[in-house]
Ligand binder design. Structure first.
Ligand SMILES: [Zn+2]
Length: 382
């Protein structure tokens, strides 16, 4: 059952010799059969290997009727001896992710009885679904336990038990499996029916990091990374945090506290600025007392402040207040306000004449204008 499948005999085999048994040109490229191969075909949630057969590139590998088919970008001659080389970095990464997933899934199954209901290794992270809820505290404990199994460097044994032996092995599976059943056993870690390729011992997984856990179809979906992915992820997060720590002049492990303090002082400053703005607005409004129509340009205001100032001026000027903030290059935001008049007709006329848009209610009209200060002043003089 493992005859010719070198990837099952030696999970670390990177190159091998083989004889070409068939090579057929199809619409998918050149379909090559070998007498033996270290190329793992896609299966069990694990992606296939890529690599080369002599100078020919192996782009995809599938299992078809017990045969491993290599989809190549060039032809090979039947009977030819070839050297196969698999893309080892890719394979080792996939083995690290897959074996790490076994360790965590085994622990979750032991603790909650949940099954792994979905599994996908993406380019950046691995998604693993479970059919029940897991709280953050349990997740943190499981991650620690999974890493302890990594550091215990346990062997990963793969075997085909006899029909008599199989029922005596308590293994994880969700469905009836076709015979023969391949069992992957990590003593003290996990026992699972699986056709994938795994590292030889758990130490090779290196590190397991769970990145997120969200509710998914009545259970949870975890995002996790193992091995070199976990290292790169932690390195990048560390680099990011170091930059933040330099900006805040805080220790690397105290950035959150520093951000919290910064946030508090930001809110205090904002509160102070609002108080000062109110005083300034009152003074500006006072300068328009009994002016009738008031046209006021004030730099650097956001939409809320433009409205606030317009309301204050309107409350004392005895007519319509028009407040604008912006620049000739970027345009202006405008608010027309009045305590007695319906400002909407003037508002609509303004946005029509000055390339703008806006809307409002009787006492206040707000919008934006694509016009210069000079054009706006000329319009309101009329
Ligand atoms: Zn597996």
């Amino acid at each position: 059952m493992e005859q010719g499948k070198l990837y099952y005999q030696d999970c670390h085999l990177k190159t091998f010799q083989a004889t070409v048994l068939a090579c057929e040109h199809t619409e998918k490229g050149y379909e090559v059969l070998l007498d033996q191969t270290a190329f793992y075909p896609e299966g069990g949630g694990q992606a296939c290997d890529t690599g080369t057969l002599d100078a020919v590139r192996v782009l995809d590998v599938r299992e078809r009727q017990e045969q491993v088919v290599h989809y190549c970008d060039g032809p090979l001659t039947v009977g030819q001896r070839v050297t196969g080389t698999i893309d080892w970095d890719r394979r080792f990464d996939l083995m690290q992710q897959h074996t790490g997933e076994h360790l965590l899934s085994g622990l979750i199954h032991d603790r909650f009885g949940y099954h792994n209901s979905g599994f996908h290794v993406g380019a950046q992270v691995m998604e693993v679904d479970f059919d029940g809820p897991i709280d953050p505290q349990a997740l943190s404990e499981l991650e620690q336990q999974a890493n302890a199994l990594v550091w215990a460097n346990l062997p990963v044994n793969c075997f085909y038990p006899s029909p008599e032996e199989l029922p005596t092995i308590g293994y994880r599976t969700k469905r009836e499996l076709p015979w023969p059943v391949r069992i992957v056993q990590i003593p003290g870690g996990d026992t699972c029916a699986c056709c994938g390729v795994h590292v030889g011992s758990t130490g090779e997984v290196g590190l397991i990091k769970i990145l997120s856990c969200v509710k998914f179809h009545g259970g949870v979906r975890l995002e996790m990374v193992c091995g070199s992915r976990a290292y790169r992820y932690i390195r990048d997060v560390f680099d990011q945090n170091r930059k933040v720590s330099q900006l805040l002049s805080a220790k690397v492990l105290e950035t959150a506290t520093a951000v919290e303090k910064l946030q508090q002082s930001f809110h205090a400053e904002k509160f102070r600025a609002t108080g000062l703005e109110k005083q300034v607005f009152d003074a500006i409004a006072e300068s328009y007392r009994d002016a009738g129509f008031a046209l006021c340009f004030q730099p650097g205001l956001d939409g809320g402040s433009v409205r606030e100032l317009a309301n204050r001026i309107a409350s004392v000027c005895g007519g319509i207040a028009a407040v604008l903030s912006g620049s000739d290059e970027e345009g202006y935001s405008i608010c027309l306000a009045s305590t007695g008049e319906d400002v909407r007709p003037l508002g609509q006329a303004t946005v029509q004449a000055l390339n703008g848009r806006g809307g409002g209610k009787p006492g206040a009209f707000q919008g934006t204008l694509r016009a210069t200060k000079g054009e706006i002043e000329t319009f309101f003089k009329q």
